[in-house]
Design a protein around this ligand. Structure first.
Ligand SMILES: CC(C)(COP(=O)(O)OP(=O)(O)OC[C@H]1O[C@@H](n2cnc3c(N)ncnc32)[C@H](O)[C@@H]1OP(=O)(O)O)[C@@H](O)C(=O)NCCC(=O)NCCS
Length: 381
């Protein structure tokens, strides 16, 4: 870069590579997504969230014993310290769920006896603990704010099933369990997206894994990233019916607004995760019998493609995860925390990978301000 005159400012770090990784390939042109070389469509159909965690943390699929150890480890670690439950109970009921999660993960650090141990083995154990507890925190806070008692984890259940059970208070039906497991797999990683980058920046200073995950959650919250699924479904509910899709979208586009759930920095084609979730949303619609939401989503997609396919704007994962979660009965403000329940696995994976050859992240900003300001004492300003 050299002198300021030669400096090039890359807004939004578009097309900038900051690390090598063996974790996740997003092929935006072809609309393909791989974790450690495995196609997301195979993983969604045949894997489990537990197996996906192992894959991301160890760069290979587990054997039977390794999978069982991971499953058991997550199950046993879902239990929360009493103080964390009390902290969640003391938050105002109006706290935004993703803020409650961020606060609780920050506090959890104080209860981890290995916080200061930065060996890979200790970090793997911390990754497991945080991933396990994030699900319980999301479920517990949702119950608490509704005036209900949090439901303790059941170590005999898989992560997706237990999460849904702790959230809703009832044993989930097998279709819901399968869909939640698939959704967790699909959201577990996505290369260096904004929140994973946020977590990696924190990690590059050698801040512990809890701090890195807190940075990830904070970055995920925004409507341009993990908050888009909630915005997308709220928009669809406002549109109300397929017939209203065209006038709504065209007016919004004419005002220069972005339609939540569309567009992506990397995908210039259909996001494969969106297509998988759309199929599950169809199954839920068949089960529930009311197709209004999905039909409205299809109508919005059609208008968007007609208007913006030339700019390579397609539905992204948030468009159909929002629809899917809503059809499963989840409240919209829990959608982003559900994203975190999955992505925490990817944050931990990237952070641990980055630590293998760490260098502190320290980009530059191009100074364009004054260089000769004369200080004037306050009484003479
Ligand atoms: C995801 C997102 C932040 C990517 O941003 P980006 O890479 O900086 O892309 P840009 O915002 O520069 O978009 C490129 C063009 O497509 C248009 N565009 C992108 N997303 C759009 C959307 N959702 N609705 C309408 N137009 C959109 C932009 O207006 C821009 O048009 P222009 O070239 O005429 O100015 C952006 O597409 C967006 O805000 N989407 C909605 C939020 C969302 O769904 N986020 C979740 C992502 S997984």
């Amino acid at each position: 870069m050299g002198t300021e005159k030669e400096a090039v400012v890359v807004k939004g770090l578009e097309d900038v590579y900051v690390k090598e990784s063996k974790l996740c390939l997003v092929d935006g042109e072809k609309g393909r997504l791989l974790y450690v070389g495995y196609d997301i469509r195979d993983l969604a159909e045949r894997s489990s969230f537990e197996e996906t965690c192992y894959l991301l943390w160890h760069f290979r699929l587990p054997g039977q014993d390794e999978l069982e150890t991971t499953r058991r480890g997550l199950a046993e670690e879902r239990k929360l310290p009493k103080d964390i439950l009390n902290l969640l109970k003391r938050l105002p009921k109006t706290t935004v769920p993703i803020d409650a999660l961020r606060t609780a993960v920050s506090a959890l650090a104080a209860y981890d006896p290995e916080l200061a141990d930065d060996s890979r083995d200790a970090n793997l154990r911390k990754a497991l603990r945080i991933t396990a507890k994030v699900a319980t925190i999301v479920a517990a806070f949702h119950r608490i704010r509704e005036g209900k008692r949090p439901i303790p984890p059941d170590p005999d259940l898989g992560h997706a099933e237990d999460f849904l059970r702790m959230l809703s208070g009832k044993a989930p039906d097998p279709l819901d369990t399968k869909i939640m497991d698939v959704a967790l797999i699909l959201h577990a990683d996505h290369s260096l997206n904004a929140s994973t980058f946020g977590a990696t920046v924190a990690a590059s200073t050698l801040a512990d894994l809890y701090s890195d995950v807190v940075a990830g959650i904070a970055t995920l919250k925004g409507p341009l990233h993990g908050g888009a699924n909630e915005q997308a479904v709220k928009m669809l509910l406002k549109i109300g019916s397929p017939a209203n899709a065209e006038p709504y979208v065209e007016k919004a586009l004419a005002r220069g607004e972005k339609i939540p759930g569309f567009g992506h920095r990397v995908y210039k084609n259909f996001d494969p995760r969106a297509l998988i979730l759309r199929d599950y949303a169809k199954k839920l619609t068949q089960r529930g019998g009311d197709s209004t939401l999905l039909d409205t989503a299809s109508a919005v997609q059609e208008v968007m493609l007609r208007n913006l396919q030339a700019k390579k704007i397609y539905p992204n994962v948030d468009f159909y995860s929002g629809v899917t979660y809503y059809l499963m009965g989840l409240p919209p403000d829990v959608f982003t925390p559900v994203f975190a329940v999955a992505r925490v696995a990817g944050w931990a994976a990237h952070v641990m990978e980055y630590w293998q050859s760490n260098r502190i992240m320290r980009p530059l900003d191009l100074y364009v301000g004054l260089t000769d300001a004369a200080y004037v004492p306050i009484d003479r300003r």
